[in-house]
Design a binder for this molecule. Structure first.
Ligand code: KIV
Ligand code: ZN
Length: 387
């Protein structure tokens, strides 16, 4: 494993499924988990087994059937949660228990109603129990980004002493901004000084639309696991979108920057599958997997792309499993794109005929937002071939 590998921890089936309005059954979760394995994610967080019998069953099915990635089950620090998580993942090739408790004063006072000493005791008991069941224990400090750094470091140090091998620093409420979050993480890493065997992880929510930016900044500052979801699903405004983080690392990594080991050509089909099964549509302009992510309408752009794709494309559509760049014919399209579409449809027309059709096409664009091949076919047949 190179030190610069960034592990992808997918939580579509846990945090993503917590999106209000999403409810996946076991068969649906299994379908998604198989595709996540095909994509090559490092960890699949399959669910929260203590939440319901159905969730436990789904986690168990994924653990038994899906090979390759680590399969994680989430647990609060309660003994019964940890035992349920273990029941869920124990038959996986590589099982992980992921336990968490909040560390911010806001959560301690208003939600947990616990003192800092009580939280420390919970962490000691929970991580020790989890570690007695499996070698692979992840500890998350919920609301870490709004926690007192000295207390957070104390909690994380204790988690390592009790056997946690992955330390997760979540921006649970999406409050962080990139430079501040990176500096916060670097400070906590220095205070804990956990050594090379511990992997630092982040889990960013998107309440301010900064989840991907915060995750990338965390990687720059030393995080080597990123928690994220397909299409950015998750609580409230969602989590960091996996496809965006992975492609940003890939496209901008330079010669030897950190990278993942994912087969990114699976992104487009997985995004569609998750969208269909959850009922959450993908916006057309969504980065990487939106219908328009590789579509060009403006004439100048189409002309540029026809000459060389790099003029207006920073990655290849095929690299994310999308059909190669689409030139959408609409009122902004120019003669070059129009003529090249007609040629691609198999017509070899005289330049005058193309010019005549181009005028008719522009008239049509005033009535129709997008002109399809069928529309063009009708124009050609009616106006050129029938005369
Ligand atoms: O947002 C969060 O803090 C979480 C934790 C359970 C990791 O989802
Ligand atoms: Zn979360």
């Amino acid at each position: 494993m190179t030190p610069d590998k960034v592990r992808i921890f997918d939580t579509t089936l846990r945090d993503g499924e917590q999106s209000p309005g999403i409810n996946l059954n076991r068969a649906e979760k299994l379908q998604i988990a198989r595709q996540l394995a095909r994509l090559g994610v490092d960890v699949i967080e399959a669910g929260f087994p203590a939440a319901s019998e159905g969730d436990l069953e789904s986690v168990r099915a994924i653990a038994r059937e899906v090979k390759g990635p680590i399969v994680a089950g989430l647990a609060r620090t309660r003994n019964e949660d940890i035992m349920a998580a273990w029941e869920g993942v124990r038959h996986a090739e590589r099982p992980r228990i992921h336990t968490f408790i909040a560390t911010s004063d806001i959560h301690l006072e208003h939600k947990l109603r616990m003192s800092r000493d009580e939280v420390l005791e919970e962490v000691r008991r929970a991580v020790t129990l989890a570690r007695s069941l499996t070698d692979d224990v992840e500890f998350s400090a919920e609301d870490a980004s709004r926690s007192d750094p000295a207390f957070l470091a104390q909690v994380l140090r204790l988690a390592v002493e009790c056997g946690a091998r992955t330390l997760n620093v979540p921006d649970t409420v999406g409050y962080a901004v990139p430079a501040e979050f990176g500096a916060f993480l670097a400070d906590i890493m220095a205070r804990v000084d956990a050594g090379r065997d511990v992997i630092w992880s982040v889990h960013c929510h998107d309440d301010l639309g900064l989840a991907v930016a915060n995750s990338l900044e965390a990687v720059r500052c030393g995080a080597r696991q990123v928690e994220c979801t397909v299409n950015g699903l998750g609580e409230r405004a969602g989590n960091a979108a996996m496809e965006e983080i992975v492609m940003a690392l890939r496209v901008r990594r330079g010669a030897d920057g950190p990278d993942t080991t994912l087969d990114t050509t699976v992104f487009q089909s997985l995004s569609g599958l998750v969208s269909r099964l959850t009922g959450f549509p993908v916006p057309p302009n969504k980065a990487i997997v939106g219908r328009n992510a590789f579509a060009h309408e403006a004439g100048i752009h189409q002309h540029g792309v026809l000459r060389h794709r790099s003029t207006y494309e920073i990655m290849k559509a095929e690299d994310v499993g999308a059909p190669s760049s689409r030139l959408v014919l609409g009122k902004h399209s120019g003669r070059h794109a129009f003529a090249s579409r007609i040629e691609a449809m198999g017509y070899a027309l005289e330049p005058e005929a193309v010019e005549e059709l181009f005028v008719l096409f522009k008239n049509l664009c005033d009535r129709k937002e997008m002109v399809t091949d069928d529309d063009l076919e009708a124009l050609i047949v009616d106006e050129v071939l029938s005369v």
